[in-house]
Ligand binder design. Structure first.
Ligand SMILES: [Zn+2]
Length: 197
């Protein structure tokens, strides 16, 4: 990830992996456990998920999340920065509503994983963010209530259909691959074989 110069030059890039490269990225079960510990530390109930802003404020501090104009973060929607000795999640004002929770949760995941001495790869942060937006217990209950309907699940968790589709794959072990420009995400099957061309 790049940061733009000028207005955001003082920001520390959150994508820099500070921990040793040979440290293994945490696996899914570990990240599910981290998500539960985050809810526990924030004194929130993972059966009744709260906004990642609330989680970030509980863990980092009341001023943990700062909204900035688009020009302050030209190349990314959000960033974990250090101002003095405090961490802040800086989020662009124009992040689409459905993406906001996961965007903030992703930056919170960087902060949490670094604090726990785990390697905060982008994949690990994406996974942990999804587990914070839609914790397993709440997601299972929503699936039972609403059925596997992506639009309804996305609305229930105030997030995107992409996120709930990935979460569905993670939790139900349903083989699933989502393809987005430049990125392929596979969930739910250990030995996924890419279909022949
Ligand atoms: Zn990141």
């Amino acid at each position: 990830m790049q940061i733009s110069h000028g207005a955001s030059a003082e920001f520390e890039c959150s994508e820099r992996e500070e921990l040793a490269e040979d440290l293994l990225a945490p696996e899914a079960e570990v990240l599910e456990g981290v998500a539960l510990r985050v809810y526990d530390e924030a004194r929130e109930d993972p059966y009744d998920p709260v906004s990642p802003v609330r989680l970030a404020r509980a863990l980092i501090g009341s001023d943990a999340v700062t909204i900035v104009p688009r020009h302050a973060l030209r190349t990314t929607w959000a960033m974990l920065v250090r101002i003095g000795d405090r961490a802040h999640i800086v989020v662009r004002r124009d992040v689409p509503e459905g993406e906001l929770g996961h965007t903030i949760a992703h930056e919170l995941a960087h902060w949490v994983l670094r604090r726990e001495g785990m390697r905060d790869t982008e994949e690990a942060c994406d996974y942990l963010a999804a587990a914070l937006v839609a914790p397993t217990s709440a997601f299972r209950r929503a699936l039972a209530l609403l059925g596997p309907k992506l639009a309804r699940l996305a609305k229930a968790f105030r997030t995107t259909e992409t996120l709930v589709a990935l979460r569905w794959g993670e939790i139900s072990w349903t083989p699933l691959a989502l393809v987005r420009p430049g990125r392929v995400r596979v969930r739910g099957q250990l030995e996924f074989v890419w279909p022949p061309e």
